[in-house]
Ligand binder design. Structure first.
Ligand code: CAA
Length: 240
């Protein structure tokens, strides 16, 4: 039977590539988005993947949205917590608001996405939890105290969930992308981006599909003994 997969932030960037890869793998996929109705509609028109709008930072909205997905597609077997934002600033300039927005979306949003699906996975004795962390959660990054804290937090989340879920047939793993050619990285000033690319031994940005393939592998039934791991895909920028 086709597995049901939920991908947050699944209609753009890395998330869109993940949604498509899981669909190609035979899953029924639901992709969430936060605000861009136009892009979400275009994504559905292109792929046939249904999109759902909610703010991952809001627990109630997440729980209600997930209940709707499950009534449309069936119980969720695979959850990919991908939605994330940046509010970059050197620490001395970082406002409490910039801190809070990133924590609420990138870290609490991961809790809000996994928590409502966890009891069902435990009952059905199967689950695949994949959290999209970052190279910057492994190594830290100038101007990303907020973002790096959440992405390091993701690794703690999956290592803990792995221990809790293992006996129930649930795996929890993180993928740590390096700098990938998405809108998020393209928003970095060009000069700074060129300096970053110079630090990547591969000499280029990664492609969203290169991350999606890691996720599809971890989501497969065959990956059942990989649990609590992180897969780094960063062109040799950092060995985490
Ligand atoms: N290391 C050391 N010093 C650095 C630095 C770095 N990586 N980057 C900038 N600096 C220095 C600059 O040279 C400058 O020094 P001076 O004051 O002596 O000239 C200073 O820090 C910058 O100060 P500004 O006041 O000009 O900084 P700003 O308030 O304008 O902020 C910035 C600029 C937000 C830091 C901008 O440079 C930037 O966006 N940098 C990129 C940060 C980054 O890599 N973000 C990742 C986004 S992609 C992502 O997050 C996806 C993923 O998972 C990989």
């Amino acid at each position: 039977m086709a597995r049901v997969a939920l991908v947050t932030g699944g209609s753009r960037g890395i998330g869109a590539a993940i949604s498509k890869a899981l669909q190609e793998q035979g899953c029924k996929v639901a992709a969430t988005y936060a605000g861009n109705d136009e892009k979400a509609a275009a994504f559905t028109a292109e792929t046939g993947i249904k999109t759902y709008k909610w703010d991952v930072a809001d627990y109630q909205a997440s729980a209600e949205g997930i209940a709707k997905v499950e009534s449309d597609l069936g119980p969720i077997d695979i959850v990919v917590a991908n939605a994330g934002i940046t509010r970059d600033a050197p620490f001395h300039k970082m406002s409490p608001q910039q801190w809070k927005e990133v924590i609420d979306t990138n870290l609490t949003g991961v809790f809000n996405t996994i928590h409502p699906v966890w009891p069902g996975m435990r009952d059905r004795k199967f689950g695949r939890v994949i959290v999209i962390s970052s190279v910057n959660g492994q190594k830290g990054q100038f101007a990303q105290v907020n973002y790096a804290a959440t992405k390091a937090g993701d690794i703690g989340i999956v290592r803990s969930l792995a221990q809790e879920g293992a006996r129930a047939g649930i795996t929890a793993n993180a993928v740590c992308p390096g700098y990938i050619a998405t809108e998020m990285v393209m928003a970095v000033p060009e000069k700074v981006r060129e300096q970053i690319i110079a630090q990547i031994p591969a000499g280029r940005l990664g492609e969203a599909e290169e991350i999606a393939r890691c996720v599809a592998f971890l989501a497969s039934d065959d990956a059942g003994f990989i649990n609590g791991s992180t897969i780094s895909a960063n062109g040799a920028q950092f060995f985490g």
